[in-house]
Design a protein around this ligand. Structure first.
Ligand code: NAP
Length: 472
């Protein structure tokens, strides 16, 4: 595929191969963007921002609404593309494509609601004759940098609100999975987006990221990815708006009154979907000592029954990880935990990029499988004695994206919601659940700023205060 810069689809001699991680076959190639392409994209985006700012709310709604319709008509094709480039099973690829329709449709609706409010300036002691309103205006040029694991929907979460807010956007998709984002760009242009309202640059973030992020013409960066790259971007960006959607090692607390079959079903689903490569995957299962062994007995058969293999085979439930070296890293962390006293209940084996769904029990908080982001198909199970210890363990991390609790006790559920330091808190389900319209984002080193179109538009527009000094 080609990349789209300054209103043109362009190719280059220097290419990047996009591979299916199941068999390492080359699916496609994309051009490798260089500094010259960045400059062309920035100049184009400045022109694009002027064109976008002139669009009415109705025109922005119409473009996004049409794009959502076009996406909906291509769900099957896009789902398969996601599955091929990312390695997630076809059902998950299709589900992501369907969610992308929601995200763009929601962005379309929110394009109609970009507004300010009146401010009662006459409530100030010196405010007689003063009248104030706030208005929201576009930031201008938005840079959207996205990760590999949701190559379509997470791009939609950036591009949809950026367009709804009247901005031009430069997309930098993950090098492993750029194809769905290129398809999205085609669809937006077909839907009537001004030609310079979007640019998409394919190329290594390590090579081109700094030049893009540091540039003063960029007024807003929306980044989803790892904590370390996020921190680097924050340091490089200088004074501009930044949203950071970073990683996590999400905990689930299993209280002694929980329905263990329900917990086991939820952990088997929320810990292993997309081979555990979801920022809100269940990673740490903190389990009341009283039900610890019973819970492991309930979870083991569900996890060991998960079928691993070719993601395009409809009977497979877990596909390969994005790269073989990631599966090797997960293997190393599991082995390291075992060497320090943990035990493998099921799984713990690797074949190329495929890592068997794994349960590791008796995990201590200082083991990497617990305190770092694992981002793979394994969960770490640890015991606790009471709710205070469970909450202390849940919070014993630099991350804070999502958490879950299983209990029928309202007092425990409310204490969890108030005291666990995470942006999304689930009562009676695992942390890996999201509706695309809800405010979504982390606390602590999981980032700052919210996604969900209504909330992301606030991050992608500037609030101005207008004061009328009247005679009466
Ligand atoms: P990553 O390695 O941090 O890469 C994310 C993006 O940043 C890619 O497009 C990457 O480009 C780019 N990048 C790399 N270095 C850069 C630099 N110096 N300047 C600018 N951009 C740069 O993350 P990943 O492995 O793709 O994704 C997994 C991570 O994303 C996990 O930590 C996961 O938790 C997190 N995540 C968070 C959320 C959330 O909503 N909070 C959602 C999904 C994923 P290249 O691909 O070219 O290196």
């Amino acid at each position: 595929m080609k990349m789209y810069v300054a209103g043109q689809w362009i190719d280059k001699d220097q290419k990047i191969e996009v591979r299916n991680s199941y068999d390492n076959s080359v699916i496609d190639t994309v051009p490798r963007a260089d500094r010259g392409d960045i400059e062309r994209a920035l100049q184009s985006a400045e022109r694009g921002a002027r064109a976008m700012a002139k669009l009415t709310s109705h025109e922005r709604w119409k473009i996004l609404h049409r794009a959502a319709e076009l996406l909906a008509a291509r769900v099957e094709e896009l789902g398969t593309l996601i599955s091929r480039e990312e390695g997630k099973i076809v059902a998950e690829g299709r589900a992501e494509a369907l969610r992308a329709v929601d995200t763009i449709m929601e962005s379309a609706e929110e394009a109609k609601r970009v507004h300010g409010e009146t401010v009662a300036l006459d409530a100030a002691s010196h405010g007689k004759g003063k009248f104030g309103v706030t208005i929201r205006v576009p930031c201008g040029v938005v840079v959207a940098i996205s990760p590999f694991n949701f190559p379509l929907n997470l791009v939609c979460h950036k591009v949809g609100p950026a367009i709804a807010g009247g901005n031009a956007v430069i997309v930098k998709p993950a090098t492993d999975t750029p194809l769905s984002a290129i398809r999205l760009t085609e669809i937006l242009l077909e839907a009537g987006l001004p030609p310079e309202g979007i640019n998409i640059l394919t190329g290594s973030g390590g090579d081109i990221g700094d030049a893009l992020v540091a540039d003063r013409r960029v007024r807003k960066i929306t980044f989803t990815g790892s904590r370390d790259v996020g921190e680097h971007i924050c340091k490089t960006a200088g004074i501009k708006r930044v949203t950071m959607e970073l990683g996590s090692n999400a905990p689930v607390i299993v209280m002694p009154d929980a329905d263990l079959d329900k917990v086991a079903a939820a952990v088997a689903s929320t810990g292993y979907a997309n081979a555990g490569q979801v920022c809100i995957s269940t990673q740490r299962v903190l389990t009341a000592s009283r039900v610890y062994d019973d819970f492991l007995d309930a979870l083991r058969p569900k996890v060991s029954a998960l079928k691993v293999g070719n993601q395009l085979d409809a009977s497979v439930q877990i596909g390969p990880m994005i790269r073989e070296k990631e599966a090797a890293r997960v293997d190393e962390w599991v082995r390291e935990a075992v060497a320090s006293g943990a035990r493998v209940v099921t799984g713990g084996t690797r074949q190329g990029a495929m890592y068997a769904p794994t349960i590791v029990a008796d995990v201590k908080p200082d083991m990497r499988i617990s305190c770092d982001e694992l981002f793979g198909p394994a969960v770490a199970v640890s015991p606790f004695t009471d709710i205070d210890e469970a909450i202390a363990l849940a919070n014993d991390t630099n991350y804070g994206l999502a958490a879950g609790i299983f209990t029928e006790n309202l007092e425990w559920a409310w204490k969890f919601a108030r005291e666990v330091q995470a942006g999304n808190l689930h009562v009676n389900w695992g942390p890996q659940w999201r509706a695309d319209r809800m405010p979504y984002g982390g606390l602590k080193e999981s980032g700052f700023g919210k996604e969900g179109p209504a909330y992301a538009i606030e991050e992608m527009t500037e609030l101005k205060m207008v004061i009328f000094h009247l005679q009466s």
